[in-house]
Design a protein around this ligand. Structure first.
Ligand code: ZN
Length: 263
């Protein structure tokens, strides 16, 4: 009896602690509900995106990383995953987010690779949509990504962006996009390797009109010789995909917790 008196409180304490830990740690919870994820490999087809000093094309890196991320989501969650392009074809920017809207997706992550004139530039940065860019460099990047297949993209004015942002603020999706961007950026940094360039905002056409949390993650710099070499290696693509997956998982689990808390 004496022994029971000691054992019971210990068992109870361990049980209680594990419940509290589960509630606090989103990683400990499974993604146990159906959801829809849309991943968007940047560029494609005639639109190669940026090309590195050794000739690696952005469009090939983005497709490889997106495919690997999709495989992880399929293997580890109950979510459906759709890629805006599953092969080397051109898809207009506006059509990419339209795919996510048509599927009523829970989240949309666009995956391009950065490029800069300054060859030493490196690191990862994640964006969510806004009319005003965080800084001149963010605006320059948005201009570059927005020029993808410029001939085929209907032009988007800042008035269009303003209208859409108004909708986003009302629906709360804008705030959720910031949370998604934070989750993905944090996870990429935890995966190691790249300097933190932060979470930023810029008027990316590919995020324009997304009816769900949407973020754009620049996974490295193809204009940087060392980054380019790294980014074309399959092991590195797998590592980045794992980090992207982890970030998406954290976002989904936190969403589930927030939904529970709101009830
Ligand atoms: Zn690009």
């Amino acid at each position: 009896m004496k022994r029971l008196l000691i054992v019971f409180p210990v068992v109870a304490a361990v049980f209680l602690f594990s419940r509290v830990a589960l509630a606090l740690d989103p990683i400990a919870l499974p993604v146990d509900r159906a959801c829809v994820v849309v991943l968007d490999p940047g560029h494609g087809g005639e639109d190669t995106g940026a090309t590195g000093p050794a000739g690696v094309n952005e469009k090939d890196v983005t497709l490889a990383v997106a495919k690997k991320t999709a495989e992880l989501i399929k293997a580890k969650t109950l979510c459906d995953v759709t890629l805006t392009r599953a092969d080397d074809t051109f898809v207009p920017l506006a059509k990419r987010v339209a795919v996510a809207n048509a599927l009523n997706a829970d989240l949309f992550v666009s995956i391009p690779v950065n490029a800069a004139r300054r060859k030493a530039a490196t690191g990862v940065e994640t964006f969510f949509l806004s009319v005003d860019a965080t800084d001149a460099e963010a605006q320059r990047l948005a201009d570059f990504e927005n020029s993808a297949g410029a001939m085929k993209n209907p032009s988007v004015t800042s008035d269009d962006l303003n209208d859409i942002l108004l909708d986003l603020v009302i629906t709360g999706a804008h705030h959720e996009s910031a949370r998604l961007a934070e989750a993905v950026q944090t996870s990429l940094l935890a995966g190691g390797g790249s300097p933190d360039r932060g979470v930023k905002q810029a008027p990316f056409i590919v995020l324009n009109g997304a009816a769900m949390p949407a973020a754009l993650v620049e996974i490295g710099f193809i204009s940087n010789k060392a980054d380019e070499k790294r980014l074309k290696q399959e092991a590195e693509q797998t590592r980045i995909a794992q980090s992207l997956y982890n970030g998406i998982e954290v976002f989904l689990k936190t969403s589930a917790q927030l939904a529970k808390g709101a009830k």
